[in-house]
Design a protein around this ligand. Structure first.
Ligand code: F6R
Length: 248
């Protein structure tokens, strides 16, 4: 069963998770190796990235020895597209800290051979020594990354078709649903569960029901976030609204 912390608000949750990241970076440096972070995009982690940038600027937290892997990318969007997750990461984190561009990995939504691109991501994670800390959000379909229902526990990085609920939710970024891509590349459930630690962020009443399901339903493909119950070091960081769906 995953742990849960209900924070007073989203900013406090973001600060707590950013502090975990800082600790992982410092621990890796002490062990003379690079820290490997798994990163998410979307509305939820924005205060978390703001806090990481603040820690870099005000407390000298260096990302020079950090390797990052992002969970997912829309199919068909080049990194230069304003709604691509590569662009999101460049804007909210990578351009604001001292991480080398070559240490950042976001799936290539325009890869000529998506299957090979997915295999390359799995290989690159393995070569980096695995993910120390994976940051997650959660979609209202129960997706983590873009693992829409049904997603198997054994799934690896692959091309997926996006659920219509997800396309509707993400249309806030695109202006209209027609512009939201129908498919994406995502790390798989097994890829995510391989991370040594997982910290999931979920805020607002709109996430209360899916958080309840993720924590209380029996693990299964119909609510992919339930697979997190199989992980020994996974923490849900909630605000009072997202925690309101269950007696946590
Ligand atoms: C994004 C990702 C998704 C989002 C989820 C929630 O990289 O993997 O699982 O975390 O769709 O999105 P927001 O935070 O916009 O509600």
């Amino acid at each position: 069963m995953s742990n849960v912390i209900v924070h007073p608000d989203a900013a406090s949750a973001a600060a707590a998770v950013a502090a975990s990241v800082a600790q992982v970076i410092r621990d890796a440096r002490r062990q003379d190796r690079k820290a490997v972070l798994g990163l998410a995009t979307g509305l939820t982690p924005l205060p978390f990235y703001r806090e990481l940038v603040r820690l870099h600027r005000e407390q000298g937290l260096s990302f020079a020895d950090v390797i990052t892997f992002n969970l997912d990318e829309y199919e068909g969007l080049a990194g230069s597209h304003p709604q691509s997750y590569r662009r999101y990461m460049d804007e909210h984190l990578f351009s604001q800290v001292d991480i080398p561009a070559s240490a950042t990995h976001v799936p290539d939504g325009t890869a000529a051979d998506p299957e090979q691109a997915c295999r390359d991501i799995e290989d690159a994670i393995r070569r980096a020594g695995g993910v120390d800390l994976q940051i997650l959000g959660i979609g209202r379909t129960g997706h983590i990354g873009f693992n829409e229902p049904p997603s198997l526990r054994e799934s690896r990085t692959r091309r997926v078709v996006l659920d219509e609920t997800t396309r509707r939710d993400n249309s806030v970024f695109f202006g209209n649903i027609e512009s939201v891509p129908r498919a994406a590349l995502t790390m798989g459930i097994a890829t995510i569960l391989d991370a040594r630690r997982i910290e999931l962020l979920a805020f607002g009443r709109g996430k209360a029901e899916i958080v309840r399901r993720a924590r209380q339903e029996k693990p299964g493909p119909d609510c992919p976030a339930t697979w997190l119950q199989d992980h020994g070091a996974c923490t849900f960081h909630l605000d009072p609204e997202s925690a309101s769906g269950s007696a946590i």
